[in-house]
Design a protein around this ligand. Structure first.
Ligand code: ATP
Ligand code: MG
Length: 421
């Protein structure tokens, strides 16, 4: 017998018993985004490989070893998007959206990275990305943090997350700092692990981000980036922290928060949790003014973040009230041949009159008892029963599955009245 084909390692199905949960989260998120007047942009999943090399940077983990890159039939090198920032900016530049305009955008969809699969780390995963363009001051940095804060509030996970903040200054300031770091780490090169040795030449700031316990004290004593920041960068960061203080948003300053991507400047932030093991960052972002020019645009401003939806869903696992999200309001039980046709007619009528009603029909012959069990299991509030008696008398029996209320026999008009309350 042929072997069953299985999904690709690190790529997951969301099964029907989980999809209501996803939809709940997605709806909450959309509502919050709308309340800040952000609009959706829909982008291709595949882009030219060059786009990611130029934006994310050649010496980042993503470009060095995580991209799904392939040759198209006509020889072009294409890549399944590993993140959305580059494609979003590419689209906005291509369609002239960045000229003297301000935009607040979001996108939602699959990203692909060839990483080692583990809890909270997959090869296909979903990100919500939020990107804003054309705003220079720290107010927009603050707005993005407030918006994400509201996500956690709405999803009931605010007590599980912590905000970490840092400023990376400008590219020029980082260049000076980079030299100080290289000097410091070179002087202690015997303490660097293999990864860090490699990064010393290519991306020394990333050494600060090491998870290697043996290197912690080395990293802690490294020169601080905050000392290398100029007045304007310091003022921007203070503008942000002052706003957060005013609004009562608590945060931790983390000098070692450098982010994996090359394109950040000034503000960077992460929302982290201790409840998901090593994969603790659920949302990460910051300012990336320089990327627009890097991709061929005029000098401009950009701030954004991306959040990993699987990690958010994992955090929500502890919310028991979401365990059984109801997807059926009423279940129609049909007994006898005449009831089957009459039931279909009635169901369509109900759907015409009550477009929000989620009505599940029984299909196929089965005893009343077995249909009733299915009605109960469906999670519906009501069983609508049509047997030959009801058909003859033009009535429907309604049984209340989640309350003590007694079964009633009602007319269609009465039923519609009942179900619409
Ligand atoms: P990490 O340090 O966990 O590798 P990252 O810095 O590579 O994260 P970003 O590129 O900033 O992640 O992506 C933003 C968010 O997307 C992350 O904070 C995380 O929640 C999620 N994410 C990133 N990679 C994956 C993955 N392979 N599987 C699931 N979620 C992911
Ligand atoms: Mg990563």
């Amino acid at each position: 017998m042929a072997k069953n084909i299985q999904a690709i390692r690190g790529m997951h199905d969301v099964l029907p018993d989980q999809s209501a949960r996803w939809q709940f989260v997605e709806q909450e998120i959309r509502d919050v985004l709308a309340s800040y007047a952000y609009t959706e942009i829909r982008l291709p999943i595949v882009e030219k490989t060059e786009l990611f090399k130029r934006s994310i940077g050649e010496v980042t983990d993503i470009v060095e070893k995580e991209m799904y890159t392939f040759e198209d039939r006509n020889g072009d090198s294409l890549t399944l998007r590993p993140e959305g920032t580059a494609g979003c900016l590419r689209a906005c530049l291509e369609h002239g959206l960045l000229h003297n305009q301000v935009h607040r955008l979001w996108y939602y969809g699959q990203m692909f990275r060839h990483e080692r699969p583990q809890k909270g780390r997959y090869r296909q995963f979903i990100q919500l990305g939020v990107e804003t363009y054309g705003m220079e001051g720290p107010e927009i940095d603050a707005e993005l943090i407030l918006l994400s804060h509201r996500f956690w509030q709405r999803l009931g996970i605010l007590d599980k997350v912590e905000l970490q903040l840092n400023s990376l200054g400008t590219a020029e300031e980082r260049l000076v700092y980079r030299e100080q770091l290289v000097e410091y780490f070179t002087a202690h090169s015997e303490q660097l692990d293999e990864d860090s040795q490699r990064r010393l030449g290519s991306n020394p700031l990333r050494i600060l981000d090491t998870k290697n316990p043996a290197m912690q004290s080395l990293v802690e004593n490294a020169p601080a980036l905050s000392d290398a920041l100029g007045e304007a960068s310091k003022a921007h960061f203070k503008g942000l922290t002052d706003t957060l203080d005013t609004l009562g948003i608590t945060y931790t300053l983390n000098q070692r928060l450098v982010r994996g991507l090359d394109y950040y400047s000034k503000t960077v932030f992460e929302w982290v949790t201790t409840e998901l093991g090593a994969q603790g960052t659920i949302c990460a972002g910051g300012r990336y003014d320089g990327l627009i020019e890097q991709l061929g645009g005029k000098p401009n401003h950009a701030v954004g973040f991306a959040m990993g939806m699987e990690r958010i869903l994992a955090l929500l696992e502890t919310r028991e009230d979401l365990e059984q999200i109801q997807t059926v309001d009423a279940y129609m039980i049909l007994v006898g041949e005449s009831a089957v046709k009459a039931g279909l007619v009635l169901a369509e009528k109900l759907r015409d009159r009550l477009p929000k009603l989620r009505l599940q029909m029984h299909c196929g012959t089965a005893s009343f008892k077995s249909q009733f069990k299915k009605a109960d299991k469906s999670g519906a509030d009501y069983a609508l029963i049509l047997a030959e008696d009801e058909v003859l008398n033009d009535k429907i029996s309604i049984k209340f599955l989640r309350s003590e209320q007694e079964q009633q026999s009602v007319s269609v008009t009465e039923l519609i009245e009942l179900l619409s309350t």
